[in-house]
Ligand binder design. Structure first.
Ligand SMILES: Cc1cc2nc3c(=O)[nH]c(=O)nc-3n(C[C@H](O)[C@H](O)[C@H](O)COP(=O)(O)OP(=O)(O)OC[C@H]3O[C@@H](n4cnc5c(N)ncnc54)[C@H](O)[C@@H]3O)c2cc1C
Length: 416
């Protein structure tokens, strides 16, 4: 028997994802005794948390300064300064610790549960919801919501059941039903487009180099037909279809809208040297010609971190025999190699598969909510949180962080 709820329910949260759970738990903890109901359309709440981070769940990122943090959100940016001054990664770490889940930081700043299992995060959220008295209904999809003139909402579920609630949180992620619900309550929609994907490139130089990683590289992307340019620096992975890796995912997150506009076509310029200046490379080549004169080009790379397979491919692409000795490298091929190391131009011919995280850019414009409380500026009593909003972060735990932050702010405002 599902628990009896009063009518109207104090709060209905549509969407049992991370943002919806944080909103529901925080509201119930802030106002003990209030009735909080989470409606989840599928049989499995928190499904994305379970499959996130390759089954490990990258909960947040060790980025403690709000000003630095907002730089990781291609959509949202500075408008998130306010929300993050209320609930940032440090608060998320403490929130989970207080509820028995310890997060551990990796070298690159990503934070995972100590168990290394996303199921621990799911268990923690479900336990906290249960303890706070939140009622969860699965297989319950919110179909329509009507704001009543006297305040509160009339809600209709799939199957026809009707519910009344004083407040409503929409936490439906990127699902079209949430976009429809928000639209019916007066909100606009920034067209959703994919973010955080890899790039498909025209074969050429990279054919046969799948599996090679180079760190760091500097990337510059210019989508076809547009004047915009996007730059990133970091690790790159060559794949069977093109390029992937953190630098590429960051690049496509920031370029998501422009790439969509250009039909996912453009030019990618790669600096394999990671930003070494030309005089530095001239000096490096001169030293190798002196000190490694008798060694073959293929066996003595300009610097140890340069992938051997990549170096040989660059030599071959410039028509330089990899068996040639350093002493025999002429001026012209040296110039060509330095140019190729600093600036290889490749044609982007499409969008590759997604990385480990899949997120959508687009949703309800952030300007339509009060970012101190996440309450709608258009419909009082309505709150919008998580990926439903036009906010998305780069890979590394930033997307969940926005869910914790927006969910917590809404829950606290409602509970208070
Ligand atoms: C494979 C994968 C891995 C990821 N890994 C990471 C990671 O490691 N770190 C990170 O920060 N981010 C990660 N992300 C992104 C992250 O999962 C999302 O940003 C986050 O889940 C968004 O949370 P949300 O609560 O807004 O929406 P969701 O998690 O999408 O939850 C929304 C819920 O609402 C339900 N729903 C929709 N419509 C209705 C309705 N009408 N009525 C009732 N219920 C409804 C849905 O069934 C869903 O359960 C990953 C994403 C994917 C797909």
């Amino acid at each position: 028997m599902p628990p009896m709820l009063p009518s109207p329910v104090s709060l209905v949260v549509a969407g049992g994802g991370p943002a919806g759970f944080l909103a529901a738990i925080t509201a119930a903890e802030t106002a003990p005794g209030s009735s909080v109901l989470v409606l989840e359309a599928t049989p499995e709440p928190l499904h994305k948390v379970l499959i996130s981070g390759g089954g490990r769940c990258n909960v947040t990122h060790a980025c403690w300064e709000a000003r630095a943090l907002v730089g990781h959100y291609p959509r949202g940016g500075r408008a998130l300064l306010g929300p993050f001054s209320g609930f940032a990664p440090a608060e998320a770490v403490a929130w989970f610790a207080e509820r028995g889940l310890e997060l551990v930081q990796e070298d690159d700043g990503r934070l995972f549960p100590r168990t290394n299992r996303s199921s621990s995060v799911v268990d923690c959220l479900r336990r906290a919801a249960g303890r706070a008295g939140v009622v969860l209904r699965t297989g319950a999809s919110l179909q329509s919501a009507e704001a009543l003139p006297q305040g509160g909402f009339r809600l209709r579920l799939r199957g026809g059941e009707e519910l009344f609630s004083e407040r409503l949180v929409l936490a439906t992620g990127s699902h079209p039903s949430g976009h429809r619900l928000a639209g019916s309550l007066g909100h606009a929609l920034v067209q959703p487009v994919p973010s955080l994907f890899t790039l498909r490139l025209q074969g050429g130089l990279l054919a046969g180099l799948a599996g090679v990683t180079q760190d760091p590289v500097e990337l510059e992307l210019q989508p076809d037909g547009l004047t915009s340019r996007f730059r990133q620096r970091g690790p790159l992975l060559i794949t069977h279809w093109g390029v992937s890796g953190p630098a590429v995912l960051r690049l496509t997150a920031f370029a998501a809208r422009d790439l969509r506009q250009s039909g996912y076509r453009g030019t990618l310029r790669i600096d394999w040297s990671g930003g070494r200046r030309e005089p530095e490379l001239q000096e490096c080549f001169a030293r190798l010609r002196r000190e490694q004169a008798r060694r073959q080009l293929a066996t003595a790379r300009p610097w140890p971190e340069l992938s051997r397979r990549l170096w040989v491919a660059l030599l071959e692409a410039q028509g330089v025999d990899p068996q040639r000795r350093w002493a025999d490298l002429g001026r012209q091929p040296q110039q060509a190699l330095i140019r190729a190391l600093r600036d290889t131009g490749l044609e982007v011919v499409g969008k590759g598969p997604f990385g480990e995280e899949f997120v959508t850019a687009g949703g309800v414009p952030l300007g339509e909510v009060n970012t101190a409380t996440m309450e709608s500026r258009l419909t009082p009593g309505l709150y919008l949180v998580g990926e439903l909003l036009d906010v998305d972060g780069i890979t590394g735990g930033f997307n969940f962080q926005h869910c914790w932050t927006s969910g917590w702010l809404a829950g606290r405002a409602i509970g208070a």
